[in-house]
Each structure stands twice: as C-alpha cells, then as structure tokens.
Design a protein. Structure first.
Length: 139
C-alpha cells in the first residue's frame, strides 16, 4: 500500500479544462518517494492508501497544486530590459534569475508599444487539476 516514505511508480494523465497537459502513459512511469516533496501535495495525498495496480481519478484544487494566481508577481517591463532575440509575443516564455541565482520562467501575457506584461505565476496556478493515475509499482 502507498504510504509515507515508500517509493512509487505511477502512470498518470493530467487534464486541465478538458485538455491533456501531461501524461506518462506513452513513456516511463513517474517514480518518486512519498513525502519527499518531489510532486505537488494534492497528487501525493490522493495516492496514499492505493495498492499496486489500482487506478483512480481525482481532482487537485489550486491550494494543493500550483497555488492561486498571485497578481503581485505580474509585472510590466520595458522592452529594452528583455534579452536580445526574437520579437516578444504573448505566450513566449522568458527566464529571469531570482536573488539566489535560480532560473525562473515567466510568460509574456501582453505586448504593448514599449513594454510587455510578464507573469511569473506557474502556468497551472489557479487551475483545478484533473488526474487519472495507476500505481505501477510500490518499492
């Protein structure tokens, strides 16, 4: 049975608003240790108590997934602050550095005449996540 500290291999499909966002079904199962923080809390929590070979569908709300959308991390930035390269377009992903030097992805959500609006929220923040999962192996 899946419990804290166990290694698991899981096949899953993630759907958001009816669109498949991610799936391990065509490749290798996702392998991780329960309680390690490697996956979102709601996904891990839903697997607890499942047995090898068991399948389950479940929803993960934003607070147990990628969090709520935070308007405080959406910024308007001058175009001359952008790195050289292709012309900025809505949907384009840029990478910034946090104070610790870690790379942070940001989506351009709007392009204006001299500025762009950049959203540092995770693309799935504020979304209800629909999963189907199967426990392939418990180690």
């Amino acid at each position: 049975m899946v419990s804290e500290g166990k290694m698991v291999k899981v096949n899953y499909t993630l759907t958001v608003d009816g669109e498949v966002i991610d799936s391990s079904r065509e490749g290798q199962p996702l392998a991780f240790r329960i309680g390690s923080g490697q996956v979102i809390h709601g996904f891990e929590k839903a697997l607890i108590g499942m047995k090898q070979g068991e399948k389950k569908s479940f929803k993960v709300p934003p607070d147990e997934g990628y969090g709520q959308e935070n308007p405080g991390i959406v910024h308007e930035v001058s175009k001359d602050m952008l790195p050289p390269g292709p012309k900025p377009e809505a949907g384009m992903i840029l990478y910034a550095r946090d104070p610790k030097g870690q790379s942070i992805p940001a989506r351009i959500t709007e392009v204006k005449e001299n500025t762009v609006v950049v959203n540092f929220n995770h693309p799935l923040s504020g979304k209800m996540l629909d999963f189907s999962a199967e426990i392939v192996e418990i180690i």
